[in-house]
Write a protein that binds this ligand. Structure first.
Ligand SMILES: [Zn+2]
Length: 337
């Protein structure tokens, strides 16, 4: 007898054969979700080992990613862009404010160095450096995919340090300990750990139709999943149902987890879900989103394939929304099983 998981997989497989969507995207391996699937071993046990950390910094294979505010500093030689500096190279670029031990990449130590954001603006004058934001790096494929997860780790950590220089408990200046993974308050002795903000992002499904919305920040042709921050004291399923009700007035029933994605803007975790619609009438909260409407599965497939007759699009493959939508196009409402 098949397990529940086995039965779902079988049903999905059968459904895939039944599916007839004319503009279905070409089959093949799914593009990689940006910033996820890190090859870094965080080696957290080394964070309190000063001797090991000193040895790592002196290791000839050691490499550092440089972050300044929202920007990533990379080496550029002609068309070649390299985000990884040697420790000596990184220290020569500018004053390092924070050093984070990110972990080991196939035994090679990796660090994230934080530069002063204002100083990074000055570095833009140098033609041997490429300085841009992490979204552009991922969307344009400027660096190998292997670099995206450690860049995300470094950016989220540097961003956390930038916002936690003072103790939220007593207001005193805090100091960095544990290779960048904690800030301690010398006054009240509080220990502060890096945080991640959970965001639910969901595709609302009603049989062969699903609901997409538009933010005023989007490119004019793009439609995507609804999303919002998970609030304190709230389960993921509750956050999904609340956000959907608030943004478009739809009541949700079943909620199924799909996958998650680190989203270092500045330090979020996107929690991807599919949600079952229990009502149909859309009531848009214009303070949250610009527009929302139902799309049938075939129209959605053409948007994924970039062949929509009206030029409408979905987010690029680096974003989890793309994969949440693709899973529904391929498997239909079975994603809710
Ligand atoms: Zn304090």
């Amino acid at each position: 007898m098949l397990s529940i998981r086995g039965r779902c997989a079988k049903r999905r497989s059968e459904n895939r054969h039944r599916l007839k969507v004319s503009a279905r995207p070409e089959p093949g391996p799914h593009p990689q979700l940006g910033y996820a699937a890190s090859l870094i071993d965080r080696a957290a046990y080394c964070r309190t080992d000063d001797a090991a950390l000193a040895k790592f910094a002196d290791d000839a294979r050691a490499g550092a990613y440089l972050i300044g505010g929202e920007l990533v500093v990379m080496k550029q030689q002609g068309e070649t862009i390299d985000p990884l500096f040697s420790v000596a190279e990184a220290q020569s670029v500018g004053t390092v404010r924070e050093r984070i031990f990110l972990g080991l990449m196939q035994d090679a130590p990796r660090f994230g160095f934080g530069l002063d954001a204002a100083a990074v603006e000055q570095l833009k004058l140098r033609n041997d450096l490429k300085i841009t934001d992490l979204r552009s790096i991922a969307v344009q494929g400027m660096v190998g995919a292997v670099h995206l997860p450690p860049l995300a780790e470094a950016k989220a950590m540097i961003g956390w340090h930038a916002r936690h220089r003072f103790c939220p408990n007593c207001g005193a200046s805090t100091r960095v300990v544990q290779a960048g993974w904690r800030r301690d308050c010398p006054s009240c002795h509080a220990e502060h750990f890096p945080r991640t903000d959970p965001v639910v992002i969901m595709l609302v499904i009603a049989g062969e139709r699903c609901l997409l919305g538009r933010s005023p920040r989007f490119a004019s042709t793009m439609w995507s999943c609804l999303a919002g921050f998970c609030e304190p004291g709230e389960a993921i399923e509750e956050a999904v149902r609340r956000e959907v009700l608030e943004e478009v007035g739809i009541v949700s029933g079943r909620v199924r987890y799909f996958a998650s994605q680190p989203w270092p803007f500045p330090m979020s975790l996107m929690i991807g879900c599919h949600a079952e619609a229990k009502s149909e009438k859309i009531v848009i909260d214009r303070s949250e989103i610009e527009d929302a409407r139902w799309f049938d599965r075939e129209e959605l497939a053409s948007m994924l394939a970039r062949s929509h007759s009206g030029g409408l699009t979905t987010p690029p493959p680096i974003a989890i929304a793309h994969h949440i939508i693709r899973d529904y196009v391929e498997h239909g409402s079975d994603v809710l099983l």
